[in-house]
Design a protein around this ligand. Structure first.
Ligand SMILES: *[C@@H]1O[C@H](CO)[C@@H](O)[C@H](O)[C@H]1NC(C)=O
Ligand SMILES: *[C@@H]1O[C@H](CO)[C@@H](O)[C@H](O)[C@H]1NC(C)=O
Ligand SMILES: *[C@@H]1O[C@H](CO)[C@@H](O)[C@H](O)[C@H]1NC(C)=O
Ligand SMILES: *[C@@H]1O[C@H](CO)[C@@H](O)[C@H](O)[C@H]1NC(C)=O
Ligand SMILES: *[C@@H]1O[C@H](CO)[C@@H](O)[C@H](O)[C@H]1NC(C)=O
Ligand SMILES: *[C@@H]1O[C@H](CO)[C@@H](O)[C@H](O)[C@H]1NC(C)=O
Ligand SMILES: *[C@@H]1O[C@H](CO)[C@@H](O)[C@H](O)[C@H]1NC(C)=O
Ligand SMILES: *[C@@H]1O[C@H](CO)[C@@H](O)[C@H](O)[C@H]1NC(C)=O
Length: 438
């Protein structure tokens, strides 16, 4: 993704610039990000079209988000780049899960958090104190509930697939929007006319990508409906919902067998990552940043990503949001990494917990059962503590109310912004859609 010229409004109060990073060893089994989620907003894409000339418009109003894991608490699509072969995928939700049960070396970290809370209190912002009220608060494991599988794929049994739609970008070409989404065929490499389950011995090479959405169809494209506005003519499916959620993968990432050349964009750089699912439905790689919500920070999290051609044996995890970073493109990467096994199967995933902890991890074994108890997941996470790196994200709270509303000129639009923010959408949105057409 290639935009770095988008600067969010200057109305962000940064309460602490402390980013605590401990990197005992560079190669780890677990990358822990705490204090994830903030109050902020991103552009609402109102129109996505254009072939040579981009016809992409954003609204004057913003989409606001808040709370633990925000904006990655919004529905997400799951992306794969080769060389890679997917064995298993599973998506889980939980009513509540607290990854930090206060074991081992997190005592110095709790000092950092209480400092952050104190500073916030001094500044007296209600908005801030409501977000991430107690980051890193220790919880008893009894407070966590189990995980329920809500989507599944197992390469050795296609009949067990549920709630998954495999897509790629083999649809219409557009200079402005890139290729459109299409159903992927069973190889993941070509376009299909309908939803097709990936075949057993699937394998995609460098630069090839496929995407998993849920099998829930999107309503019609509209800024006021659950999928937002999306590109015309695509098969549109919802991303995976949940404030508290987990994605698990069993996969291979063998060394690329073709020879490197300048025709590759990402030679031997496999990756698994999550996007706010509006992005691929709008345009994943547009030439104009107005064509998706990515540049304004609707969210990306890279779980396992080879970042460049010199470190092809290393998987990094990165947040591409505006939480404590000015450049969404650069994002926030931990300097520690996972080892990419090129001759074996890897099992791992990412957990977004109730307190704003995002933990990507690898493990030796984990069965992707219909239910995973809180204690078995905690056991895996705690088992990785000796090989873990941790970063605390900066607390950020955008004081958007005044700025965005006084920033608009039309009083009608001001009212619209209020209504939209208050989510009184049904009647209001009908009104606004008319207004926008006129
Ligand atoms: C994006 O859209 C806004 C409003 O619709 C417009 O003011 C701005 O110039 C557009 N930016 C680009 C790069 O097209
Ligand atoms: C669905 O797509 C597959 C792969 O393109 C094709 O073989 C099959 O005939 C299609 N089925 C229907 C009902 O269109
Ligand atoms: C997939 O590969 C394995 C190992 O090479 C082989 O045993 C199996 O038959 C293959 N499955 C299919 C559907 O081709
Ligand atoms: C969705 O769009 C189609 C095609 O424009 C239209 O026929 C249909 O009535 C729309 N559905 C709703 C619920 O608005
Ligand atoms: C499929 O995933 C969607 C998106 O997360 C969710 O709303 C839906 O409940 C899931 N369906 C099942 C059967 O779990
Ligand atoms: C490749 O990525 C690694 C890890 O982030 C970084 O240390 C290194 O400087 C990068 N190399 C190049 C050539 O960008
Ligand atoms: C592949 O070639 C490109 C230059 O075309 C280079 O930047 C990249 O590091 C190479 N990748 C590997 C894995 O050698
Ligand atoms: C797989 O890779 C590891 C280290 O990367 C090596 O120790 C092992 O011998 C390899 N196994 C095979 C079968 O090549």
């Amino acid at each position: 993704m290639i935009f770095n010229n988008q600067i969010l409004f200057v109305c962000c109060l940064i309460f602490s610039l402390t980013v605590k990073t401990s990197t005992a060893a560079n190669q780890v089994d677990q990358l822990w990000f705490s204090n994830v989620g903030y109050n902020g907003y991103y552009d609402i894409v109102e129109h996505v079209a254009g072939n040579e000339e981009c016809e992409c418009y954003i609204m004057d109003e913003y989409h606001y988000f808040e709370g633990a894991n925000a904006p990655l608490n919004e529905p997400l699509s799951v992306h794969f780049r080769g060389p890679l072969s997917l064995h298993k995928f599973a998506f889980y939700t939980s009513d509540a899960f607290y990854a930090d049960t206060g074991s081992s070396d997190s005592s110095s970290q709790s000092t950092t958090s209480s400092q952050i809370s104190q500073q916030s209190t001094q500044l007296g912002s209600q908005q801030n104190s409501q977000q991430n009220a107690q980051p890193n608060q220790k919880r008893s494991s009894q407070q966590s509930s189990s995980w329920t599988r809500a989507a599944y794929y197992d390469h050795s049994d296609s009949s067990s697939a549920s709630n998954v739609t495999f897509m790629n970008r083999k649809g219409d070409t557009s200079k402005c929007l890139g290729n459109a989404l299409s159903y992927a065929d069973s190889t993941g490499l070509k376009k299909a006319t309908n939803s097709t389950i990936l075949e057993e011995n699937n394998s995609i090479a460098s630069d090839e990508e496929f995407i998993i959405f849920s099998s829930v169809s999107c309503p019609n494209s509209s800024v006021y409906d659950t999928c937002g506005v999306y590109r015309e003519g695509i098969p549109a499916y919802e991303g995976f919902y949940g404030d508290v959620k987990m994605f698990l993968f069993e996969f291979e990432a063998p060394t690329e067998s073709q020879t490197n050349s300048s025709s590759f964009e990402s030679y031997d750089m496999p990756a698994i990552w999550l996007l706010n699912s509006q992005i691929p439905r709008q345009s994943q790689y547009p030439t104009n940043s107005n064509c998706s919500c990515w540049a304004s920070g609707c969210g990306e999290f890279d779980i396992f990503e080879v970042i460049n051609g010199t470190t092809t044996g290393e998987f990094y995890s990165t947040f591409h949001t505006y939480q404590g970073v000015d450049s969404v493109e650069e994002g926030l990467t931990q300097s520690a990494y996972f080892k990419r096994e090129t001759n074996g199967t890897m099992i791992g995933g990412v957990v977004f917990d109730s307190d704003g902890n995002t933990i990507s991890f690898m493990t030796d074994s984990l069965s992707f059962d219909e239910t995973i108890s809180a204690s078995s997941l905690l056991k895996i996470l705690q088992g990785n503590e000796d090989d873990e790196a941790m970063t605390t994200l900066t607390s950020v709270s955008a004081t958007y109310t005044a700025t965005s509303i006084t920033g608009t000129t039309s009083s009608f639009k001001n009212e619209v912004a209020n209504l939209f923010t208050n989510k009184l959408s049904t009647i209001a949105s009908f009104f606004i859609v008319l207004f926008n057409i006129l």
